[in-house]
Design a protein around this ligand. Structure first.
Ligand SMILES: Nc1ncnc2c1ncn2[C@@H]1O[C@H](COP(=O)(O)OP(=O)(O)OP(=O)(O)O)[C@@H](O)[C@H]1O
Length: 310
């Protein structure tokens, strides 16, 4: 048994469980309830609009780990499944959010002892000078042990044009740990699909260690609208009837513009609408009630209006 470095109760030593006799029966519904995995899966369903194939893969992974645990109770000795993953998709498609929930789920199912997420990019792993990369990468790995290491835009670790790039050194350390300490760390590589594909083509060692590839598609217009409504509801706002087409038109236009970042752009649009809403109310200098305080109107989504000066 591993020690519990963070003092987490769930990570503390469990008493040895005797192997069940071959004719024993296990109530899977009870096992499932005891793991509390469904709470995480339900949270994922609640907080993310759409992404059905992604959610299905996460549920399947949960089922695999639960069944693995039950098999172990019968003394079946199978290798721990390899859970290193690759999440492909554009910015703002929910990759980080899913990774957070995945870490939590793997912890509840006893796969990871801590279940935290450490998010890094190339700059956190690779140094600028000779001798700086190994300590940087090792420090990140140390922080991530017992949880999930999420490497955003992982392809920047490899620079085809420079054979002596320090990124290669970091990749080699990662590969070793992904192989030798995979019972204590899950690595998720994330980024655009085409760039991830060419990264794997140039790094077959990395490709062979990633068992699960999950694609996060760009959201449709309807999904972006639903995401917006969900975010608004969480913040205690709603859209006035006339604001719905205006918000939708804004999203449709924004999707065509550069640097569109899916749900992240929706969040930013809402932040700006909140700002305009507040300024609009202040500018009226009149009385307000619950309805005014919680309802966004069309003008809150129209960028050109300035409400600062009454
Ligand atoms: N399907 C969704 N439903 C509701 N909110 C979402 C959805 N997808 C993403 N979001 C929200 O959008 C924001 C950005 O999502 P997230 O950071 O998970 O995306 P990402 O793919 O990791 O992007 P990046 O690579 O740019 O970090 C978060 O606030 C997240 O909660």
């Amino acid at each position: 048994m591993r020690p519990a470095p963070n003092g987490d109760a769930a990570a503390e030593e469990e008493p040895a469980v005797a192997t069940l006799p071959p004719d024993a029966r296990i109530d899977l519904a009870r096992e499932r309830a005891d793991s509390h995995a469904d709470e995480v899966l339900d949270a994922l369903d609640r907080e993310l609009v759409g992404l059905v194939p992604v959610k299905t893969r996460i549920r399947e992974t949960a089922a695999l780990l639960l069944i693995d645990r039950v098999r172990a109770r019968f003394g079946i000795d199978s290798a721990r499944p390899n859970l290193h993953m690759c999440f492909t998709g554009s910015p703002g498609t929910g990759k980080t959010t899913v990774a957070v929930r995945l870490a939590e789920l793997l912890h509840r199912l006893g796969y990871l002892r801590r279940g935290h997420l450490v998010t890094v990019t190339r700059d956190d792993l690779v140094g600028q000078y000779v001798g700086h990369t190994a300590p940087k990468t090792k420090e990140v790995l140390k922080r991530a042990m017992g949880g999930v290491l999420f490497i955003d835009e992982a392809y920047y670790l490899y620079r085809a044009e420079n054979e002596r790039d320090y990124g290669q050194e970091s990749i080699e350390i990662l590969l070793q740990v992904m192989e030798n300490q995979r019972d204590d760390l899950v690595v998720v590589l994330a980024g655009y699909k085409d760039r991830m594909d060419s990264f794997f083509a140039s790094n077959p060692g990395m490709s062979s260690r990633i068992a699960h590839h999950i694609d996060f598609p760009d959201y449709t217009g309807d999904e972006l609208e639903a995401i917006g409504r969900l975010m608004l509801a969480r913040e205690g706002y709603s859209l006035a009837e006339e604001a719905i087409p205006v918000f939708r038109e804004y999203l449709d236009r924004r999707r065509e513009q550069p640097r569109f970042a899916n749900a992240r752009s929706v969040r930013n649009a809402i932040e700006r609408a909140r700002l305009r809403h507040a300024n609009r109310l202040i500018a009226t200098a009149g009385e307000v009630g619950l309805a005014e305080l919680t309802t966004l109107t069309p003008e809150d989504f129209l960028a050109s209006r300035v409400f600062a000066a009454p």
